[in-house]
Ligand binder design. Structure first.
Ligand code: AMP
Length: 218
């Protein structure tokens, strides 16, 4: 694990990369293994949209069209969750999908110090293929792929038996828009986090990416 800099310091890791690079899949698995809090802003926003909360209503159109939700709303969300980790049973956290802009990274810097940034580098056409075939269990959030990781029964979750869903923003036109948004707003973070950056080839086999990412989180 990351060496704590002080006695109370818990490892704080960001998973950075384009949509579909495996931040959620790999980050979630590694977080469980190291007892880290896995914080996915996309999951939090989708949950709010499902609940039709005030926040959900505000962010729905951004999420469905693949646009970025305004920084101030995201920073507000992240602050409480990150603050709580130091007083929790978790050994630290992995952030998935945050920060996505230099403004968010500056905001995060005021909240806490980041130890490592794991950059999952992935080719655009691999992303489009992966996300077009991605299906998600609405109950347990397990992720499937209709080409490479099929459920046992036709589009039903192996664990819950619930019909798998295709995210509305996982259609080709929105995927391409999300990649453009990523290139414009998120890629500059590679410079921002230059000293903490670990680059991983995320085009390769899922187990290989997992092992490399995990070793880089230690
Ligand atoms: P994801 O699940 O990470 O692919 O995120 C899905 C959508 O949630 C994105 O396309 C954005 O609309 C929104 N979103 C997630 N994280 C952020 C963020 N850090 N800043 C702004 N919008 C975000």
């Amino acid at each position: 694990m990351v060496e704590p800099k002080t006695e109370n310091r818990k490892p704080k890791i960001i998973f950075l990369g384009p949509p579909g690079s495996g931040k959620g899949t790999q980050g979630n698995r590694i977080a469980k293994e190291f007892n880290l809090d896995f914080i996915s802003i996309g999951d939090i926003l989708r949950e709010e949209i499902k609940k039709e909360s005030e926040l959900g209503k505000k962010v729905r159109s951004y999420v469905e069209s693949g646009a970025l939700v305004p920084d101030e709303l995201i920073l507000e969300l992240i602050r409480n969750r990150v603050d709580n980790v130091d007083n929790s049973e978790y050994e630290g956290f992995i952030l998935d999908g945050f920060p996505r802009t230099v403004e968010q990274a500056n905001g995060l810097k005021e909240i806490t110090e980041i130890d490592k940034v794991i950059y999952l580098k992935c080719d655009t056409e691999t992303i489009v293929k992966r996300l077009s075939a991605r299906r998600i269990c609405p109950k347990c959030a397990r992720v499937y792929n209709l080409v490479t990781n099929l459920p046992q029964e036709d589009e039903l979750c192996n664990d819950c038996g619930v019909k798998l869903e295709h995210r509305v923003d996982d259609c080709e036109s929105v995927i391409r828009d999300r990649i453009k948004v990523y290139e414009t707003h998120t890629l500059p973070l590679l410079d921002f986090y230059q000293s903490q950056l670990r680059v991983i080839n995320a085009d390769s086999d899922i187990e290989e990416v997992y092992c490399t990412a995990k070793n880089n989180c230690k």
